[in-house]
Design a protein around this ligand. Structure first.
Ligand code: ADP
Length: 585
């Protein structure tokens, strides 16, 4: 064996897949590897006397912000407990498990038997404070919460953000981060003419005119300033010459953060918070709003590590807890259709806590029944399958029988319902190289392909026969469907489902085929607020000391939120909430 035994290290023969086992004196180092969400996670673990002394992550391509929490907290817990039997990070389960398995494999490779942490003095938890006092207490560390906390501090107030999850960012982190702005510097760079009036009309129309015009006006009027604040103060990098035009928008108006991800925005928020001394208390769940005898909200009762912690707020409390996509009971209460057949594209913390807490002190809610689904999502994780955006370029939808069943460019809700009424309540998205040459989604989302492929949910194949075999689809039906599509592509007329953009010839491979189901994407309803972000009670009166911003609120989007409007909403109203709460008015 290439290493020496010490008194506490028991060497065993290792069959681990891992290479790179060395020793210097009694220090043993070994590598281990496991599959993460976006490729392998490789670690090198250092052992001394049966104890893990250090873990170096040598390779990983996980989501930047999620991974930061895993590679800090889970790693530290493994070292403290001297065991891989530690809790993962909720919301980053895949990455947590990959780290634990990689370390376990390195233990095997080293041939080390880990001793119990207590035998070598595992770390004791420091006593935790039970009371804090700030001018402004913000609940939720998503885009709205960070905007509120930072602006409150800019006003000279002291502020804190409390976050129930071990990781920051909420849905703002896992979104694409695109933000609609009429009159942005990017539109100017690209020579695009737009107006606030047009942005407002698009937003109201997109929500079937059920959105509140005053809220929409406030969002639209403050969008340019909010985007420049993100760029200049928070230092978010946006592409200078690229814009998205989401469905329902008359022009290209969504600015795009670097990497097309909310991780750029949340990562920069976290940096800014650190640099201005805005504390973010994670693993801290707000449970109750505290009021004084006049009914003013003066604090929050929260739970951390099973203990009660009280946050006193001199000036105000901002609720920025996001939506309720992950709360099936709440979804069903307002829309019985949206039961457990639907996953969510959102994170696990989106359970509507802010709505529940505020309702207990008589806050009003609006539009709770308007819940948006996204049709093409990963059947196992609920996440949007971005790679299947090839649908916007001609990819078709088929069911288990190999038949089309809906127009592929229909509204999200129509496609979702169509999929749920197919056998097994799922569908496949199928496209070929001719489509990919234009869409480019396969190259853009290679990590996603690797993940879906490893789960047996997506394949690249050369022929239709292989595609049919991979998913047990009757080949005869599939061939007939493709022959029909090719005929409609040639004539320019989709006789079956009236594809509005015209179909594309699918005669030639290679092909990509991916299984998909709908997920709940965004909850439009929530707390009733005025445009200054005051939370209103059921009589329409301001609840003093209480403010709300972001997906937890219910008046901006009407029946249906347009793509790219979530970020505009959370940044604009998050900032207003911070300023307003700091004033106490
Ligand atoms: P928004 O887009 O409105 O900012 P996000 O979903 O991005 O919403 O962020 C909301 C954040 O609030 C999430 O990180 C979520 O975990 C957090 N949160 C939700 N409920 C609570 C709670 N009870 N206590 C503390 N944080 C909460």
């Amino acid at each position: 064996m290439p290493f020496k035994k010490s008194a506490l290290v028991v060497a065993v023969a290792s069959s681990a897949i891992v290479a790179g086992c060395h020793i210097t004196g009694e220090i043993i180092k070994a590598q281990g590897q496991a599959q993460g969400k976006h490729g392998p996670v490789v670690v090198e673990t250092t052992f001394k006397d049966g104890r893990i002394t250090k873990i170096d992550v040598l390779q990983q391509k996980e989501n930047k912000v999620l991974a930061a929490a895993v590679f800090k907290n889970v790693k530290q817990n493994i070292i403290d407990k001297n065991s891989v039997d530690v809790d993962g990070i909720s919301g980053a389960t895949f990455t947590s498990n990959a780290l634990k398995h990689a370390v376990a494999n390195s233990v095997k490779a080293a041939g080390v038997t880990l001793v119990a942490a207590s035998a070598v003095g595992g770390k004791q938890q420091a006593a935790q404070p039970t009371d804090y006092t700030y001018d402004v207490v913000v609940i939720g560390a998503g885009g709205a919460g960070f905007s509120a906390g930072l602006e409150a501090m800019e006003q000279g107030a002291s502020a804190v953000i409390i976050e129930k999850m071990p990781i920051i960012g909420g849905n703002s982190l896992i979104s694409g981060g695109e933000m609609n702005v009429a009159g942005s510097w990017v539109q100017k760079n690209m020579g695009i003419t737009d107006s606030k009036a047009l942005f407002m009309e698009d937003t109201l129309k997109g929500g079937d005119y059920k959105g509140d015009p005053e809220m929409v006006r406030a969002m639209v009027d403050n969008a340019v300033d909010a985007s420049e604040w993100l760029r200049d103060y928070v230092q978010v990098e946006f592409y200078p010459n690229q814009l998205f035009q989401f469905g329902g928008h008359s022009v290209k108006r969504a600015i795009i953060p670097k990497g097309h991800t909310g991780a750029e925005v949340i990562g920069k928020f976290a940096k800014k918070a650190e640099s201005v001394g805005l504390p973010v208390h994670t693993d801290t769940k707000a449970e109750r709003l505290l009021r004084d005898k006049h009914g003013r909200v003066v604090g929050v009762e929260a739970m951390k590590n099973g203990h009660k912690v009280t946050y006193h707020a001199n000036k105000g409390v901002v609720i920025a807890t996001g939506g309720f996509s992950a709360n099936i009971a709440m979804r069903k209460k307002f829309n019985p259709e949206l039961d457990s057949r639907y996953g969510t594209t959102g994170h696990a913390g989106g359970t509507g806590d802010g709505i529940v807490m505020a309702e207990k002190i008589h806050a009003d809610t609006k539009n709770m029944q308007y819940i948006q689904t996204y049709p093409i999502c990963n059947p196992e994780t609920g996440a949007i399958e971005l790679i299947a955006d090839a649908r916007f370029f001609g990819a078709i939808l088929i069911n288990q029988q190999g038949n089309r069943f809906v127009e592929e460019l229909q509204r999200r809700d129509v496609i979702s319902n169509g999929i749920l009424s197919q056998p097994g309540s799922y569908a496949y998205v199928l496209w070929n190289k001719a489509i990919d040459d234009v869409a480019g989604t396969v190259d853009m989302h290679q990590d996603e392909f690797a993940d879906l492929n490893s789960r047996g949910l997506m394949f690249k194949v050369d022929t239709l026969k292989e595609a049919a075999e991979k998913f047990n689809i009757p080949l005869e039906n599939l061939e007939k469907t493709i022959a029909d599509v090719n005929r409609y592509a040639a004539s320019g007329k989709d006789e079956a489902f009236h594809h509005r953009a015209g179909l594309v010839n699918l005669a030639k491979g290679p092909y990509w085929i991916v299984k998909a189901t709908p997920s709940v994407h965004h909850t439009m309803g929530g707390l009733a607020t005025d445009p200054r972000t005051h939370v209103l009670d059921t009589k329409g009166k301001v609840i003093p000391g209480l403010y709300a911003a972001g997906e937890v609120t219910g008046l901006t989007h009407g029946t249906n939120r347009l793509g790219g409007n979530a970020y505009t909403d959370i940044i604009v109203f998050g900032r207003i909430a911070g300023i307003q709460a700091a004033s106490g008015k």
